[in-house]
Design a protein around this ligand. Structure first.
Ligand SMILES: Cc1cc2nc3c(=O)[nH]c(=O)nc-3n(C[C@H](O)[C@H](O)[C@H](O)COP(=O)(O)O)c2cc1C
Ligand SMILES: Nc1ncnc2c1ncn2[C@@H]1O[C@H](COP(=O)(O)OP(=O)(O)OP(=O)(O)O)[C@@H](O)[C@H]1O
Length: 298
């Protein structure tokens, strides 16, 4: 897959199927668009291109709040997902006030016509230009609008996945995404207390603006240096010890290496329980032994 900044003007000249949208998380709804694009590309002997935005378009419309900077994936994971979904060319353009004002006619002139577009694939609720043009009436292009992908609770959407994470429901988030929700970060030093209670933890600091699941204890897998291990994670303030910083820490099972400074990826598999402020360290240790059983059995 080739990543191209649209404003650099280095457009590929092969005929292509163009997929449009923001695609935070590339969830199962989004994946249906890429399934269709790949099918069309094969039939028409074309490539698959996506035109998307590095940041959330809502930044242009909504009052700012921190979550607007967050994503469901790291940038690297986002690229890997586009690639895994068969994208050959990823065109990035910033979603700005000026971009938002483009009419459907402007958008076709300034973007679609720059590429050798054979067909366009969008979702059923895709919004086309500031005049909300009807993409199916676009002359000169075959357009495909993919029907809503839904489950018993309705449309699968990035919004629902963000909410599931904020509720701690990582199982639901992963089910809607079609892969385990993951957060990547650097292994840093904590209080070095974990080892004294028999549960050393790798403290993970993420540099990505990513959604963190709710405060609580989770069954996780963690990947370090290309090996995946089972573990149990805590997201919270270490209430029992009066901690002041919110941390993500993982007790990695059957693992005894020093890994400070390494990148690790935490895959959230299941919510175990909420965070508890225990009266003493013994009660915490007993509870962690229970958590370990749950996590090993998962
Ligand atoms: C699986 C797991 C469950 C935990 N549950 C709690 C908890 O319920 N309450 C709490 O105060 N701390 C909890 N912790 C956090 C511990 O207090 C923390 O790991 C310990 O203080 C070590 O901190 P350190 O890495 O800064 O040394 C949990 C940690 C893990 C790995
Ligand atoms: N469940 C779905 N079924 C079919 N198409 C979808 C689905 N979800 C999104 N799409 C389509 O995918 C493209 C990208 O959508 P978008 O990035 O707005 O995702 P979203 O999940 O709807 O996001 P949000 O929840 O933030 O509104 C659009 O063309 C949209 O119509």
């Amino acid at each position: 897959m080739k990543v191209i900044n649209f404003k650099d003007g280095q457009f590929d000249t092969a005929k292509t199927i163009l997929v449009l949208g923001y695609f935070d998380g590339l969830h199962k709804g989004h994946q249906a668009l890429f399934d269709k694009a790949r099918e069309l590309a094969k039939a028409k002997n074309a490539t698959v291109s996506v035109l998307t935005f590095p940041e959330n378009p809502s930044i242009v419309f909504d009052k700012f709040h921190e979550n607007l900077l967050k994503h469901l994936t790291s940038y690297d994971k986002r690229l890997a997902l586009f690639e895994a979904n068969g994208v050959d060319f990823l065109y990035l353009t910033e979603f700005t006030s000026h971009f938002a004002k483009l009419t459907s006619h402007d958008f076709v002139r300034d973007y679609v016509k720059k590429l050798q577009v054979e067909a366009i694939v969008v979702g059923f609720d895709y919004n086309f230009g500031s005049d909300h043009g009807d993409i199916s009436k676009l002359s000169g292009y075959d357009t495909y609008q993919i029907a809503q992908v839904s489950d018993e609770s309705g449309k699968i959407s990035s919004t629902r996945i963000r909410k599931a994470l904020l509720d701690g429901d990582v199982s639901l988030a992963s089910q809607l995404l079609g892969y385990d929700y993951e957060v990547a970060g650097l292994v840093v030093h904590g209080e070095a207390r974990g080892r004294t209670i028999g549960y050393p933890t790798a403290n993970i600091e993420t540099k990505n603006y990513q959604y963190m699941p709710a405060i609580g204890v989770y069954v996780v897998d963690i990947e370090v240096a290309d090996t995946r291990y089972r573990g149990m994670a805590s997201i919270g303030y270490n209430d029992t010890f009066g901690g002041e910083n919110k941390t993500l820490e993982v007790n990695i099972f059957d693992f005894h290496d020093e890994i400070y400074g390494e990148m690790a990826t935490v895959y959230f598999l299941k919510f175990i329980r909420g965070m508890v402020k225990f009266d003493g360290v013994e009660a915490l240790i007993d509870q962690m032994a229970d958590d370990e059983r749950v996590a090993r059995d998962y």
